[in-house]
Design a protein around this ligand. Structure first.
Ligand SMILES: *[C@@H]1O[C@H](CO)[C@@H](O)[C@H](O)[C@H]1NC(C)=O
Ligand SMILES: *[C@@H]1O[C@H](CO)[C@@H](O)[C@H](O)[C@H]1NC(C)=O
Length: 333
């Protein structure tokens, strides 16, 4: 019989010290760093935490349903001009019939982002002008699947029935839902964003605890109920659209930029409103080039995160200092 191999080996004190060093200088700081990272993620999630979804909404009279009529093309392009209430301190509406980098039929980017300034980063804060849905100029046509198929919304065509059904069942305009889907995921049901936002409408994980948000049907219905809850709380469509991207009243430029320290993608997109109202709703690809070669927006604050579009994972998270320490330890050992 062969002697059993010796497993036990006397661990010498040198190895012991290395183990202690390893635990003290690598494992513990890693755990610490990771918990900070988790805290930051949670902060993001709670910042984005929506109003609770109330399924009893479903049975209520559909206050907004009449306004769905506006989701079809209105005449020959934008001609209507309405008076909107605006805080005295806001820049003028400065709407233009044609969409440009910083304006369009629904007012200028500076009007929509009233209170946010890159030159006066800590002052003011977002003071959303008040526009109801029926005051908006909408040139995107969501009246038939054929219309959708020949528009910038064509990636949404496979989900046309779901958008229409959710719109009719819940009472929010289908074109608004589809515009979110284009802005958030390019109508890609498998998209996953920073903070785990999921699917067509990039719903935050707190909205997906009971449903699979990668399922287009679940995604669109949950999103429709969320939009309904926002508009019921305040019919100001500018505020609701901002909320979708994590904007809140009083949000300053500095607030937005604070996310740079830990997750570049956690920044709100400061061009979101321009892209949504004067891009998608006008049947213009908000991420494409205008005729003059320009892009919709002014701040472009997400450009530095990645070359990608609106969704993606955080790539700009700083390298934890434990990684450097690990290298140093390897070098010393
Ligand atoms: C509004 O438009 C006019 C003319 O295009 C321009 O001179 C003015 O600076 C604009 N105002 C704002 C607040 O952008
Ligand atoms: C939409 O609603 C219609 C009529 O109720 C129904 O026949 C259809 O199956 C629904 N489609 C989807 C995708 O839910």
């Amino acid at each position: 019989m062969k002697p059993r191999p010796k497993h036990a080996r006397v661990i010498n004190t040198g190895l012991d010290q290395i183990t202690i060093l390893f635990v003290l200088f690598l494992i513990l700081p890693s755990v610490w760093c990771y918990s900070i990272h988790l805290d930051a993620e949670n902060e993001l999630l709670s910042a984005r935490k929506s109003l609770p979804l109330d399924t009893s909404e479903l049975g209520r009279p559909l206050r907004i349903i009449e306004e769905m009529k506006y989701s079809k093309r209105q005449g020959n392009g934008p001609s209507a001009v309405i008076s909107v209430s605006q805080p005295a301190s806001c820049p003028s509406v400065n709407a233009s019939a044609k969409t440009t980098e910083t304006t369009g039929p629904n007012g200028s980017l500076f009007f929509l982002t009233c209170g946010i300034s890159d030159t006066d980063q800590y002052n003011g804060g977002w003071s959303p002008p008040t526009i109801r849905f029926d005051q908006l100029v909408v040139n995107a046509d969501f009246s038939s699947v054929q219309a959708v198929s020949s528009s910038v919304f064509r990636p949404c065509a496979p989900f046309y029935d779901i958008f229409r059904n959710a719109s009719a069942d819940i009472g929010v305009p289908s074109v608004l839902l589809a515009a979110f889907a284009m802005q958030e995921s390019g109508c890609n049901p498998y998209a996953t964003g920073a903070g785990g936002s999921a699917g067509l409408l990039q719903l935050s994980p707190d909205k997906c605890t009971n449903s699979n948000c990668y399922d287009p049907w679940a995604n669109i219905y949950i999103g429709a109920r969320y939009l309904k809850s926002l508009l019921d709380a305040d019919p100001n469509i500018v505020q609701a659209v901002g909320n979708w991207n994590g904007w809140y009243k009083g949000m300053t430029f500095a607030n937005v930029r604070s996310a740079l320290d830990w997750n570049c993608y956690a920044q709100q997109n400061l061009d979101y409103l321009q892209q949504y109202f004067n891009g998608w709703l006008q049947d213009i690809d908000a991420y494409g080039r205008l005729e003059d070669g320009g892009r919709l927006g002014f701040f472009f604050n997400l450009d530095e995160c990645d070359s990608g579009g609106s969704s993606g994972s955080s790539r700009n998270t700083p390298i934890p200092w434990t990684v450097y320490l690990y290298g140093l330890l390897l070098f010393l050992l």
